[in-house]
Design a protein around this ligand. Structure first.
Ligand code: C2O
Length: 582
């Protein structure tokens, strides 16, 4: 493969939307940031130069990083963060994956504006798309514009709830004409199409919070890939994409020439549990004159959109609290056969049931309150009733380094248990684990939770949502591995009966799986990539509250199945010019 090289200058920039100027962190002065376009098998080299005042890392979301965990970009898990005025070069291969992935900062809310697309095309002469070659390919990055200082929230993450300021969804950084500043409409995303041509939309949900529904009035999509794995073509007029997920969808410009809204509307929790309005955005798909592109230019001779003065047709969107439509959408995806990921391993070595919950700790000590203690409490997100805490930035190095050098410090960490400590009716909203909801969420504790797997272990994980999050669904993301999504269901998972629902023939393969609201999802993966891999909710608010763990995969028996040593320029946490302050 070729070498594709980029330089990412991380800096800050003032941007104005809705009459308010905000200072935002961006890469190379762009929002969304630069697109990395590669061919399968290429090597990507990204020089990250940190000109921002923040400690940052960049994560290559969905890139498997086989035998290359050092480049995964998770602070204090795989690397020390890149301090201000410091830099780091990430090198990784993009092998065995085709479609759309993305990159983002992996530091608190900074990923709200530090993100961009990774596009992986088939290798020429070796393979090609399993669908007709599109006329054009268009990255569609869904984000959010916040009327709050994300940077400040990032610095002060421990107390930040980020729940008082509404945000607007964005398409490729634009808010669209539902919004205005002093009567002047905001710019929206616009896509010019030629009648009869096919377009491949590479859709990324880079938003901090919600799943989005996407529709284009008068048009249908054919979904061909999800999370850089091909799916059997699914024709639908509505897409649902959860935070962290990607979808590749073909759109044929076969409607009457005119102008059509492309709408992205959030699928947010039912009121009144969680008041955090995020608003719909829309762009426009507009037909151009056929001769528009015949000359190959949009210079003075070109006509531009023939329909500039026509009214724009709007699609009807699902209700903003309609979680079931998303549930059905996700249930319809299947892998394209034959796929390089299949078959699904039939034998399972370890079963985990991970309940996604809420707990409380005493604020001052950060651990569960003692009996009768009347101290102020802090609400945390949990996995099997433990809330994840990153190893302190004062640690000698990241967890991966401790694992690699076998320092023994991993033995000191808490192990993620196989099951929730107590089995109860997880999805009954009227069931309260212990006492009145506000007063006593389950007492929890904070720890750096790890779970170790021997190389090659086939792991089945059932993620169980709980009524403690009665309002939310949880997009669970696993680093370094793709997961076979075997089944989803509503209510409590029941091992005795729900295995009958498993799709072991052609389940979709994803790196981020949406756990339905008040339901569960079962996934299987092969722990065959040695390293320390973060597994967490991609809803930023849940992640910052601790809904995370680290899966540590041991080396295999040979050099080719073992993690190589860290790269020569690997950062150390305590270097004079890399002060990593908390
Ligand atoms: Cu897209 Cu751990 O993240």
């Amino acid at each position: 493969g070729a070498i594709v090289e980029h330089t990412f200058i991380v800096g800050q920039m003032n941007m104005t939307h809705l009459c308010k100027e905000m200072l935002v962190a961006v890469v190379n002065g762009q929002l969304p940031g630069p697109v990395i376009e590669v061919t399968e098998g290429d090597t990507v080299v990204v020089h990250v130069v940190n000109k921002s005042p923040y400690n940052i890392t960049i994560h290559w979301h969905g890139v498997k990083q086989q035998l290359n965990c050092w480049a995964d970009g998770v602070p204090m898990i795989t690397q020390c963060p890149i301090g201000p005025n410091n830099n780091l070069t990430y090198t990784f291969n993009v092998t065995g994956q085709e479609g759309t992935l993305w990159w983002h900062a992996h530091v608190a809310y900074l990923r709200g504006t530090l993100h961009g697309a990774i596009i992986i095309r088939p290798r020429h002469g070796v393979s090609s798309y399993p669908f007709p070659e599109p006329h054009r390919e268009i990255p569609i990055v869904l984000g959010e514009w916040w009327q709050m200082d994300l940077l400040k929230a990032s610095m002060d993450i421990k107390d930040s709830t980020a729940d008082d300021d509404p945000s607007a969804a964005t398409i490729n950084g634009k808010l669209g004409d539902l919004y205005n500043c002093s009567g002047v409409k905001e710019d929206g995303f616009a896509l010019d199409v030629e009648p009869g041509k096919t377009y491949l939309l590479r859709i990324i949900n880079a938003a901090l919070f919600y799943e989005y529904y996407i529709r284009i009035a008068g048009h249908k999509f054919t979904v061909v890939a999800a999370d850089a794995n091909y799916v059997s073509p699914l024709t639908t007029d509505l897409l649902a994409v959860a935070p962290g997920q990607t979808l590749d969808a073909l759109v044929v410009a076969n409607a009457a020439p005119g102008r059509y809204y492309m709408v992205a509307s959030p699928n947010q929790p039912p009121k009144p549990d969680f008041q955090h309005p995020t608003f719909t955005t829309r762009g426009i798909v507009q037909y151009t004159n056929e001769n528009h592109s015949n000359g190959g230019s949009s210079g003075p001779g070109a006509e531009g959109p023939l329909s500039r003065n026509l009214p724009v047709v709007a699609p009807e969107m699902p209700d903003e609290h309609d979680t079931m439509t998303s549930y059905y959408f996700h249930g319809k995806l299947t892998a394209l056969h034959p796929s390089r990921s299949l078959p699904v391993p039939a034998r399972v070595d370890e079963h985990l049931l991970i309940a996604l919950g809420l707990g409380s700790v005493c604020k001052k000590r950060g651990q569960s309150c003692k009996r009768g203690e009347s101290e102020e409490t802090l609400t945390l997100a949990t996995m099997n009733n433990i809330s994840f805490e990153l190893p302190a930035a004062t640690a000698a190095g990241p967890l991966l380094e401790a694992h690699y050098y076998n320092t023994g410090s991993l033995d000191m960490l808490r192990e993620l248990p196989d099951r929730p400590p107590r089995m109860y009716n997880f999805t009954d909203p009227s069931f309260i684990p212990s006492g009145p909801r506000e007063a006593s969420l389950e007492a929890t504790s904070k720890a750096t939770i790890v779970r170790r797997f021997r190389h090659g272990t086939v792991v089945e994980v059932v993620f169980q949502s709980t009524a403690m999050w009665q309002s939310d669904s949880n997009p669970m993301h696993l680093h370094g591995h793709d997961m076979f999504v075997l089944a989803q269901g509503l209510g409590n998972y029941n091992a005795a009966t729900d295995v009958a629902k498993y799709n072991l023939v052609d389940p979709p393969v994803r790196n981020t799986v949406l756990v339905p609201r008040l339901g569960w999802v079962a996934v299987r993966f092969v722990a065959n990539n040695p390293g320390a891999w973060f597994v967490h909710c991609h809803f930023s608010f849940h992640l910052s509250m601790g809904m995370a763990a680290v899966f540590v995969v041991e080396d295999g028996p040979t050099v080719n199945t073992s993690l190589p040593p860290p790269p020569a320029d690997f950062l150390t946490c305590y270097r004079k010019n890399n002060p990593v302050a908390d």
